[in-house]
Design a binder for this molecule. Structure first.
Ligand SMILES: O=C(NO)[C@@H](O)[C@H](O)[C@@H](O)C(=O)[O-]
Ligand SMILES: [Mg+2]
Length: 382
């Protein structure tokens, strides 16, 4: 079995999410956007596929960094192939991103699952056949009856509990929303949600990502009083010493790093330096399933939970596979968006949730994406 082709199909579809000037997603008018499907095909016809953002796997990256390392190779040698592409990052001038590396790795794991006739979550270890999700809200906004007030957050939390969620994470208000950033506003939203869900319901906060140490410590102590489970990314994660300071000075559990580069190496350093109480890892942040599993296994050595960042089949596969994690992040959610509605290119969303708040690992071989290939081909733009 050898890899014969690596191609990206870019296709058009609708979206009801818009990005603000800081990059955060919010509900918006339906518009057209593009995504890509990376397809790795072998000489026996076996294919690995993954949907990713349109720019992640543009042709230039495939031609320069991916095909030279994959074509003609054994597709099952995922570790060898990952290293072959990863080492090109060092002198790529930042062009070969962790997201591009992740797309290649996820497509190879999808292919490996199909070759083995097994779902990836089982190939990786299959620690649990289902996992509780937490509802991860979108960042706050100034939309009437959206997420504009503490009462809006409380009302949405009430809806999420009735939907079946057994944990909730708030994203607070962040610039450019008027009045943000403001730790006291964050606290009011967190207190309003605690009031509505009761004292024992797991709650977390993901606030503005560039607060000062003193603001963060004030907020962390207030959330500890509300028995929040963790806070993540309240400061620039390149300042590991600020997180070490926060972890040492706060009663609240601190989770990280989420977006910091350096993959499993960085997360190992944060654990070594006691800069976090829980480790954060997501397949799109660390370069794929292969390094995400290394983050989780490293954290396990120190009896630390590894909380997986982000949704989708790749992150779900890791979350189902490992013992040291709490929840799957499902979102981002908003009162104006029906998260359960499949996108035009999906027959089913990757992470259907039952009424009890569980997401079940699928038994189909591969990552478990259920794609509408007719739609993708009919709306192909390259
Ligand atoms: O952090 C996240 N999830 O935990 C991501 O979904 C986003 O980056 C969110 O924080 C944001 O938009 O800042
Ligand atoms: Mg986060």
């Amino acid at each position: 079995m050898k890899i014969e082709t690596v191609e990206a199909i870019t296709f058009r579809h609708s979206t009801n999410t818009v990005r603000d000037s800081d990059g955060h997603g919010h509900p918006g008018p339906v518009s057209q956007t593009t995504s890509s499907l990376l397809v790795i095909t072998c000489d026996d016809g076996t294919q690995g596929r993954v949907v990713c953002r349109g720019g992640d796997v543009r042709e230039y990256l495939l031609e320069r960094f991916v095909r030279p390392n994959l074509i003609g190779k054994d597709p099952l040698a995922t570790e060898k192939l990952w290293y072959g592409v990863y080492k090109w990052q060092r002198l790529s001038g930042g062009e070969l991103t962790d997201r591009a590396l992740a797309a290649v790795d996820l497509a190879l794991w999808d292919l490996k699952g199909k070759a083995a006739g097994m779902p990836v979550w089982k190939l990786l270890g299959g620690y649990r056949p289902k996992i509780l999700a937490y509802g991860s809200t979108m960042c706050g906004d100034d939309l009437e009856n959206g997420l504009a007030t503490p009462e809006d957050y409380a009302n949405f939390a009430d809806w999420m509990v009735k939907r079946g969620y057994k944990a909730i994470k708030l994203h607070g208000w962040m610039p450019p929303v008027p009045g943000a950033p403001d730790v006291r506003m964050d606290y009011k939203a967190c207190a309003a949600v605690r009031e509505v869900v009761g004292p024992d319901f797991p709650l977390m906060l993901d606030p503005h990502h560039f607060y000062s140490r003193t603001d963060v410590l004030w907020l962390a102590e207030k959330l500890a009083d509300l028995d929040y489970r963790w806070m993540e990314e309240p400061m620039e994660e390149a300042s590991m010493s600020s997180y070490k300071w926060l972890t040492q000075n706060s009663r609240l559990n601190i989770l990280g790093p989420e977006t910091m580069t350096g993959k499993h190496w960085t997360r190992g350093e944060w654990v070594k330096h006691d800069a976090c109480d829980l480790v954060r890892s997501g397949v799109w942040d660390v370069g794929g399933i292969s390094p995400a599993m290394k983050c989780a296994n490293m954290a396990e050595c120190f009896h630390i939970s590894c909380e997986i960042h982000g949704t989708g089949a790749g992150n779900l596969s890791v979350a189902l596979a490992i013992p040291n994690t709490s929840f799957y992040e499902r979102g981002l959610l908003h009162p104006f968006i029906d998260y359960d509605e499949p996108k035009e290119y999906q027959n089913r969303i990757d992470d259907e949730m039952d009424a009890d708040g569980y997401i079940h690992g699928r038994e189909e071989p591969g990552l478990g994406q259920d794609l509408n290939m007719d739609y993708i081909e009919a709306n192909r733009v390259n």
